[in-house]
Design a protein around this ligand. Sequence first.
Ligand SMILES: Cc1cc2nc3c(=O)[nH]c(=O)nc-3n(C[C@H](O)[C@H](O)[C@H](O)COP(=O)(O)OP(=O)(O)OC[C@H]3O[C@@H](n4cnc5c(N)ncnc54)[C@H](O)[C@@H]3O)c2cc1C
Length: 520
Amino acid sequence: MALTRRMLLGELGLLSGAGVSFAAMQMLGIASPGSAKAAGFALPPGSGAGKRVVVLGAGIAGLVAAYELRRAGYAVTVIEARQRVGGRAWTIRGNQQIDQIDRPVQRSNFSEGQYFNAGPARLPSSHHLILSYAERLGVPLEVFVNSNQSAGWDFGGHVEPQRRMVNDVRGMIGELLAKAIDGHSLDAAIPKDEIKLLRDFVRDYSGLDAKGKYGATVSSGFADWPGAYNHPPKAVGTLGFKQLVPSPAIAFPYFFEQIMDMQATMLQPVGGMDRIADALYREVAPSVVLDTPVNAIRREGAGVRIEHKNGVVRADYCVCTLPAPILARIPSDFSPAKKAALKGVDYLKSAKVAFEAPRFWERDDHVYGGLAWTDRLNENVIYPSHGFHSARGVIVGAYVAGWTHRDTPEAFVKLPIAEQIRISARSIEALHPGKSTLLTSPVAVNWGQVPWSEGVGAIGRDFGEQKRGAAYDELCRPEGPITFAGEHLSYVGLWQEGSALSAHEAIKLVQEMATGQKVA
Ligand SMILES: Cc1cc2nc3c(=O)[nH]c(=O)nc-3n(C[C@H](O)[C@H](O)[C@H](O)COP(=O)(O)OP(=O)(O)OC[C@H]3O[C@@H](n4cnc5c(N)ncnc54)[C@H](O)[C@@H]3O)c2cc1C
């Protein structure tokens, strides 16, 4: 039976509203077909003259909204709680204080030039809008290596390079399929004229011999690497089913790089993900007020009154980009339906741990960028995609988001920071024996406890499927002169692309209210 999208959703708990893995969200967060068109978006210059807009939050959504509104001539004020812009687009460099709710304060200790993208780290080439802002604002990009055949997979207590796992599993499945075809088990399932075609395809695709057997292939790696003169290569042997599939947790890494938003070519801004937010900030800085948490959102006459730490801002319109868990607690004149919808939004609570170290993964183990996968609680190790062969680098020792099992984030974020760091270091030790002693300057970021974020982004029943639920529709609806934006109000949720796309939608509504004219 074909695995339909709906069956998959049920399987993953999306339809039941149960906890859902980030992996599933990524699978379903297919890049918006509208994003290419959105990249050319602009409100008519001068069309906002004489109108005031207050934008709440200076993350990507708020900054994009402010940038486009200013270009159209609106008088814009952006109110941001933090002392920096970028929100979840947070890059940690040396000597920064890291505050987390109910966690001890940490201080990063990275060397000059080193950085850790604690939030977003990669940009799919299908995210046309965010890439268009990077291009327009002169943010240089480089390749983010999102998959590496030399990186290790550590499952069931056994480490193998990705190339051996991927090639052998294809061989194993092909061998089984060939056996079923040759034994006539599929005669009823496949039209006669297609059987030979399929059998020939499986032979070539899976590297089978004339008898339908998969044997050692050099694509899986070498026991003896090829040399010159009298040094011929010797392929590694084949792995058995239990080694290739020690548990269901390994299914995800096998297809990770085929997921729409994870497909090559992936990109990253040179110098850190916050470079895009910084570039937008440079364009709108005179409008932005930092270190000013919003305390109340009120309607006043036909406009809005925003109460904040230092006083009040009045405006004709508001674009509110605050994360839902925070917005749900801010006193407002929102409708009961909006308040109820905000209260029901669940944000994914994932965590990342990073270390600085001499680049042993390149020098000794020849791993240049990419991800290692594991069924340990840390789930992922991410190697830096830049600075190859330089002295040191920042290695991400954990990116826990439910990739391999939906319960890993909950289990990991329960742990003290010292234990999260230990688990991450042990995982790196398993992948690179003897090297964990070289890891220094650990930092652990638990997103559920990051002030002013309180999670990675919206998940759950109303945010899981391409056709979103009732709460999503309610949250997109303006409240009089107040419009809403943020990654959670897009079909590219959990990505900066979604934030930028939603900002466009919110300011289109502002423009329609201000001019009485619909924006295409
Ligand atoms: C671990 C992790 C990995 C990710 N990976 C990727 C990735 O690889 N690629 C990618 O593109 N995206 C990724 N994302 C998603 C991306 O970071 C977000 O979708 C995007 O940055 C959200 O932008 P936003 O403007 O919608 O919200 P935010 O960035 O949350 O902006 C909201 C702003 O509101 C401010 N604020 C909150 N409360 C108040 C208040 N009371 N008063 C005033 N201001 C307030 C906040 O400080 C913040 O600046 C990742 C996110 C995380 C956390």
